[in-house]
Ligand binder design. Structure first.
Ligand SMILES: [Zn+2]
Length: 297
């Protein structure tokens, strides 16, 4: 039996143990209270890494852990968090190395593998559906817009910052770039665009027929269709999954109707679209499975 540990870092930290790629036992969560949203916001990276190490220490044991996978939002390469707008204290942190050091103090020597959170979700979907041999792509729709893919390939893959508009007024992206997908779809970007309305109100008003809000909701779907169509034109059709805390805003029929206007070559039209309710388990399983795969287990 192979055991691995998966960790997900978002607004909170969740850790769980896998036996033969299946979750076993209870998940550990920090902070305990799910209503506490800002617990990690002001925490230095060393303290955050200590909490992760503590959770792993609680779950590790016999049989010994083969690999530890950690999912983090942002650009992650070779065990380093190069950019992480939503957990900024991790920017530049040699996370895999530091966590491995913190674990050594607890007599845990399993290798640590770091994954982008959206990539981890794609890996988790592929693993739980028995599709580890197929291309799986995931959009995470929240404060930022994440793009994840399985199998992992070297690259940046910042799909949320793909350019979907040539309008110079489209400048709400958190990265400062013009015309970006996240500048239209991201939660923060929507608040900047509608200074008088929360994103939830924009979508509710659109349903009631408010013209300005309806136009925006259409733009929101067209932007996602444009980015998805670009990936279909590059890597081919296949399955796309949509998740994240704002996935409830997504209307698949509207997205599909826009996509159909953008993808016209018949060999590319066999794509499928599916909404996944947001959870921590999928990313956690995916982080652990990615770690096992990266280590050739
Ligand atoms: Zn951007």
């Amino acid at each position: 039996m192979t055991t691995a540990i998966g960790v997900v870092i978002t607004e909170h930290i969740v850790t769980g143990k896998l036996e033969d790629q299946r979750l076993t036992g209870k998940l550990l969560r920090y902070p305990n209270d799910p209503e506490e949203k800002d617990a990690l916001a002001a925490m230095p990276d060393s303290e955050l890494i200590d909490i992760v190490a503590e959770q792993i220490g609680t779950l590790a044991g016999e049989p010994s852990t083969a690999a530890i996978g950690v999912a983090v939002p942002g650009i992650v390469r070779s065990g380093v968090v190069e950019e992480s707008p939503n957990v900024p204290q991790l920017k530049g942190t040699r996370m895999a190395h530091k966590l491995a050091q913190a674990l050594e103090h607890r007599a845990i020597t399993a290798p640590v593998y770091l994954a982008n959170d959206a990539d981890a979700i794609a890996a988790g979907v592929a693993a739980t559906r028995g599709r580890l041999d197929k291309l799986t792509r995931v959009w995470t729709i929240g404060n930022g817009i994440g793009y994840g893919r399985w199998p992992y390939v070297e690259g940046v893959w910042e799909g949320g910052h793909i350019t979907v508009s040539l309008d110079p007024k489209e400048k709400y992206c958190g990265c400062g770039g013009t015309g970006h997908l996240e500048g239209i779809m991201g939660h923060r970007a929507m608040r900047l665009r509608f200074l008088d309305l929360e994103p939830e109100e924009v979508f509710a008003n659109a349903k009631r027929g408010d013209l300005r809000c309806r136009e925006f909701v259409d733009l929101w779907h067209r932007a996602l269709a444009a980015a998805t169509a670009s990936f279909i034109h590059l890597a081919g059709p296949g399955r796309f999954y949509f998740t994240g805390k704002n996935v409830a805003f997504l209307e698949l029929p509207l997205l599909r109707s826009h996509l159909e206007t953008m993808v016209r070559m018949s060999p590319l039209q066999s794509f499928s679209l599916e909404i996944l309710p947001p959870d921590d388990e999928t990313a956690l399983i995916g982080a652990a499975v990615s770690a096992l795969r990266a280590l050739g287990q």
